[in-house]
Design a binder for this molecule. Structure first.
Ligand code: 164
Ligand code: MG
Length: 386
């Protein structure tokens, strides 16, 4: 049993937990045998960070990752915990998940601790991710992805002020990769009028879609109307606007996006994500939340179960390239390179990951950070109990 911090303050965010209370024991350490917290160094700054802390634990179905970004409060982070508990088998799968395609997946890693290992050999396509970087970094970053057919580039890191740098980086990208499918992601970095100017400027790059140019759902809808009025055929995707069960319906009702980006942990699990996709009726792309291979495995399982509609085929093609290639943004992972879910020829396998104990030790955070994560886990656990 891991040595969990006992100094839990019990201080929760004031809001109610994200979904119906779960019937869980009072303390999570009565259930979780083995908790590890590791720090993964990144090859470059991404989303403002250069290292990523993630917590890993195991349950009846195998290893799962709990890795809300450190600034997230308990209410939001407890959805991430619900996802990890479901993936580890510590809480039952939701109906959508249980009813989806068969779930026998192979196991990779040091010791196949999960009995139901299969040999499906299934893979899902991924996109490369190009962070906001100087133009001379474009080639070295892309070379880490070898033969990837789709790239997602981050723009608007400093809002509209980044536009010139973004255009220089994207021109360098197009010079190097004239045929590669390109997506952009502004992480809600523009106002509506800035987004319109940016779309005018980005139209030359032949985009598959543009992810979350503006923060609000209503602004996304207005942006789409105005793009149509100006005859700019840019497909808008919603990412930050899709976090709770009710969000996709609102996005669909307002016509705010033509594509939704879904992430397993923020949405509360694979089953919840499938519900969200079903409710919206919109084409979906699965993205990572910048996870270790353990967390990426849950994303790959969801990606393998994406419904394919005519609209999805039309916008996203035969095989949806998901944002699950982010293993390439780290310099270390919890399994050896040849077992990690890093893309090879633009795809990753659908498989369960068992971390390597030596790596868990080498990458472990210091006791203070471990105690912080154990405390956070307990807070989220208490919130889920309601
Ligand atoms: O989609 C990808 O290619 C990579 C994942 C990615 O972009 C993200 C991962 C984690 C946090 C987010 O800020 C970011 C995103 O906005 O999609
Ligand atoms: Mg995004």
């Amino acid at each position: 049993m891991a040595d969990f911090a006992r100094s839990h303050t019990g201080a929760l965010d004031s809001e109610a937990p994200a979904a119906a209370p779960l019937d869980l024991p009072q303390r999570f350490d009565e259930v979780i045998e083995d908790l590890h917290v590791v720090r993964l160094p990144m090859v470059t700054r991404f989303r403002g960070i250069t290292e990523r802390e993630v917590a890993l634990f195991t349950g009846p179905s195998g290893w799962a990752e709990f890795s809300p970004f450190v600034e997230y409060g308990t209410e939001e982070a407890s959805r991430w915990l619900r996802a990890s508990l479901e993936f580890s088998g510590l809480i039952p799968q939701t109906t959508a998940l249980a009813e989806a395609a068969p779930s026998t997946v192979p196991v990779r890693g040091s010791s196949p601790a999960v009995a139901e290992a299969g040999t499906s050999g299934e893979t899902v396509d991924v996109n490369g991710t190009l962070p906001a970087c100087p133009p001379d970094q474009v080639a070295p970053i892309l070379s880490r992805y070898d033969r990837v057919g789709t790239v997602k580039a981050k723009v608007a890191e400093h809002g509209f002020a980044s536009l010139d740098e973004d255009l220089t980086r994207l021109r360098e990208f197009r010079r190097l990769c004239p045929e590669t499918t390109l997506r952009l992601d502004a992480n809600a970095g523009y106002t509506l009028s800035e987004a319109l100017q940016a779309c005018e400027a980005f139209a030359e790059f032949d985009l598959q879609y543009f992810e979350q140019p503006v923060p609000e759902v209503e602004q996304l809808a207005e942006l789409r109307d105005e793009l149509a009025r100006r005859g700019l055929p840019i497909v808008i995707a919603a990412d930050e606007s899709i976090r709770k069960a009710e969000d996709p319906l609102r996005v669909a009702e307002l016509g705010a996006a033509e594509v939704i980006i879904v992430k397993v942990q923020p949405l509360g699990g694979i089953g919840a994500a499938l519900d969200v996709i079903g409710a919206s009726g919109l084409p979906a792309v699965v993205s990572s939340a910048l996870e270790s291979s353990v967390g990426l495995a849950a994303g790959a399982e969801l990606a393998a179960r994406l419904p394919r509609t005519d609209r999805s085929l039309d916008i996203l093609g035969d095989r949806v390239a998901c944002g699950l290639g982010t293993g390439r943004l780290f310099t270390a992972d919890v399994v050896a390179e040849d077992e990690a879910l890093t893309p090879v020829d633009g795809a990753i396998p659908v498989t369960r990951i068992v971390p390597d104990p030596d790596r868990l030790q080498q990458l472990a955070v210091d006791p203070g950070r471990f105690a912080w994560w154990a405390d956070r886990l307990q807070s989220c656990w208490s919130a889920l109990r309601g």
